[in-house]
Design a protein around this ligand. Sequence first.
Ligand code: MG
Length: 323
Amino acid sequence: MLSLGALATGCTNPAKEGTAIASQVIGDKNMGLQIYTLGHELYTGDLSTNLKRIADMGIKNLELAGYDPADRKIGGIERAVFKKMAEEVGLKIVSSHVNPPTVFSGAAGRENRTGRDGYYSGDMKNDIVESFKQIADDHAELGIEYLIQPMMPKEGINNTNDVKIFCDTLNATGEEIKKHGVTFGYHNHNMEFCKVSENSDARFMGDILTRPYVEGEQIIDIMMRETNPDLVIFEMDTYWTIMGQNDPVAMLTTYTDRIKLLHIKDFVVLGESGALNFSNIFNKFFENGNKYYFIEIEDIDSGKQFERLEKSATWLAQQDYVK
Ligand code: MG
């Protein structure tokens, strides 16, 4: 273990900072990483070495991205091999992001089977639930606790009823996944904070800033009401929540027992923008009885992802309020 005192060099008030972090060492926090953060860098060179590099930052938990239902591998790596490599360096795979087929319908190589052309319908509900059986089996083998759907259907959630149809599919998915001993959840971006009404018909464009203004209720609030708490939990992305013009702390206060996981995300490196009050976010998150959070950084083709992650993990490890 490395004392954080060594990492405090360059701070403006060494005495004060040193006192605050003297008792902390890398590795005493339950830090997690959404591996999407590293993009291709994770698989460049030797995966084992790269996983060790992550563990050396004090990160203990992983949330996967890149499981492909077609080959059932993670980023092209056999699941068992990935798990073994992670465990060998002390990393625990806790969660995984997998989208159902409908999210990609209409994309290259996939048939558009959405019922109403370009709009979401419940027509694929049974197919989605069916497809998640294999996905859930594969992830149960990994010993993970959470399987998370990271995106809304791209086909368009235009009105209150569309949201209810979507939630009906989420509930059915959660019910199936629960049979495999895994908890199903949903991860937000900013589009879930768009408003819809019974009669709104503005095609969902995926961006709260470009969507026509609708007098109504936020999609996320309807989702919280229409999904079954026993079948669907929520993973809140802090960055996307503020991009949806909402306060992460208010969300954690309103939905005390629905938000179980966090994506800790800033504009780029954690703590640099000052736009997010991570102290209040973490305090409320832990007060609610939760323990798993995952660092996430976008711009995955930057070529600087390991560097940014190292800075982010170091900063997070130095914060007193982070457990
Ligand atoms: Mg995220």
